[in-house]
Structures are given as C-alpha cells and as structure tokens.
Write a protein that binds this ligand. Structure first.
Ligand SMILES: [Zn+2]
Length: 264
C-alpha cells in the first residue's frame, strides 16, 4: 500500500512544496488557499496515488490559466470575487476529491473509487470552466430555473458557452485520465455524465438555495458577502449556503452519480 511507503510521503511533500511556492509566485492562490491546498493535495497524492494527483493538477492549472486569461480579456469585476483563489474555494473544490481518495484504504473497489474521484474533480472542473467561458458569452445568460435573462455572474445563470466550457473541461479530464491509464469506457461515460449533471446541479442550487446579497452602497446584486468594502444584505436564499457550500454539495453529488454509474 502506497500510504505506508515512506518514499511516497517524501515525494508528496517535495512535489507539494514546489507547487505551493509556484502557486504563490504565479498568484494562483492566496496564502490561505496555499495552506488549504497542502493537506488536500497530500491526501490525494498519498491515498489516491500519483495518477489521481496528476488529474487534480490538470484541473488546477487549467482553471488557473482560464481565470488569468478571462481577467486579461474582460477584467475581474464581472464576478465580484478575487481572481486569486482563497481557502474556501480550495476546500469547496478539493474536499470531496480528498475524502474519496481515502476510500482506497477502506477496501472499496478501486475502479468505482476512481469513478467517484473523476465525478468530483469533473464537476469542479466543469463548473469552473463553465463560469470562465460563460463570461465570454456576448448575450445575457438565462437563469436555469425559469430561463429568464439575467445579468452575467448571477448564481444559476447558464449559457451555451458555459456548457461548451464545461464539456471542454470534461474532455480534458477524460483525455488526461486516459493518458495516466486510470480510465476505461465505463468510467469515460461516468465522468462525462456526472460532470454535466454535477455542473447543472450546481446551477440549480445556485439559482434556488444559494444566498444572494445586495450591496448597501452601490445597490448591485451579488453572490459575495462583502461589496464596495462593506457587508452586503441578504436578499434571497439561505444565508449559510454560499457559492462555496453549493460547490461542495455539487462535487459530492457528482461523485455519487459517477460511483453509481460505475457500479451499474
Ligand atoms: Zn457595491
């Protein structure tokens, strides 16, 4: 078992230290994000293996590059959140994948655990690229629940570009999983179906239960608790369910869907 091999721990510590320094230098994560990413990356490397870790890295670096490109194209103001990801974002997108990696020492079937892992990472990856590519859509997106046109960046807003971006992310993940040799036809189907459903669940939760705020200074509707440097007021949704909680729930459900497909 990998987890009991000291060499694997030395490898994991070295690689994660290098990546942490690189992430800080490239401003992919803030300090809190770096601190949160260390245990998540470590657990995935040690309990999932280097192949799981490479898939995580593909998601992380592609998402980071997509965000940098979007900020360069249309700026960072559309999303009301910093383009440098913090610890909440890291936990929301990585916690499910780390917990699933632990299942490998609990005697679960490796193929099904890998399907769940691909479901969790795929949902997070699809949702992230759907957001980034969706922002380039020239028209107003529609709210997934009633299909009315809403402002860009509204939680639960969907567009053809968004789905294209999400599907592209899943194709990248599938090709990467083929390259590291962890997938087969059943897992490819599980990854694609769970990822598309996972990002759709994310949009539905975003449109319904996610908390929405109105800035008390400029009056803009936003999904962030703080706007114009002040605490914004809650106007809709459940206050503890923010965008990160929605992400966490969606990645867990994406993992469950993939696990069930792989078990069928
Ligand atoms: Zn404001």
């Amino acid at each position: 078992m990998n987890a009991f091999n000291p060499i694997v721990h030395i490898e994991a510590a070295t690689i994660i230290l290098i990546l942490a320094l690189l992430s800080l230098k490239l401003k992919l994560l803030d300090r809190g994000g770096i601190l949160a990413s260390i245990p998540i990356g470590y657990v995935i490397y040690v309990f999932g293996g280097v192949d799981y870790f490479i898939l995580l890295l593909v998601f992380y670096l592609t998402s980071g590059a997509a965000t940098k490109l979007r900020v360069r194209q249309i700026g960072k103001d559309v999303l009301d959140k910093d383009s440098i990801r913090g610890w909440r974002n890291v936990v929301a997108n990585g916690a499910a994948a780390a917990i699933i990696s632990l299942l490998n020492i609990a005697g679960f079937n490796r193929g099904r655990v890998t399907a769940a892992y691909l479901g969790a990472v795929g949902t997070a990856f699809a949702d992230t690229l759907a957001t980034e590519i969706g922002l380039l859509y020239p028209r107003e997106p529609r709210l997934i629940t009633n299909m009315k046109r809403v402002l860009r960046g509204t939680p639960g807003a969907v567009s053809p570009y968004g789905y294209l971006g999400g599907t592209g992310a899943l194709l990248i993940l599938i090709l990467s999983s083929m390259a590291v040799g962890v997938t087969d036809l059943r897992l490819v189907v599980a990854t694609m179906v769970s990822g598309v459903l996972g990002m759709t669940i994310d949009s539905v939760l975003g449109a319904t239960i996610q908390s929405k705020y109105r800035c008390v200074i400029c009056g803009k509707l936003t999904e962030s608790r703080v706007h114009c440097g002040t605490t914004a007021e809650v106007v809709d949704g459940i206050s503890i369910i923010d965008t990160h909680v929605v992400n966490l729930i969606s990645t867990m459900l994406g993992a469950l869907i993939a696990y069930l497909i792989a078990s069928a």
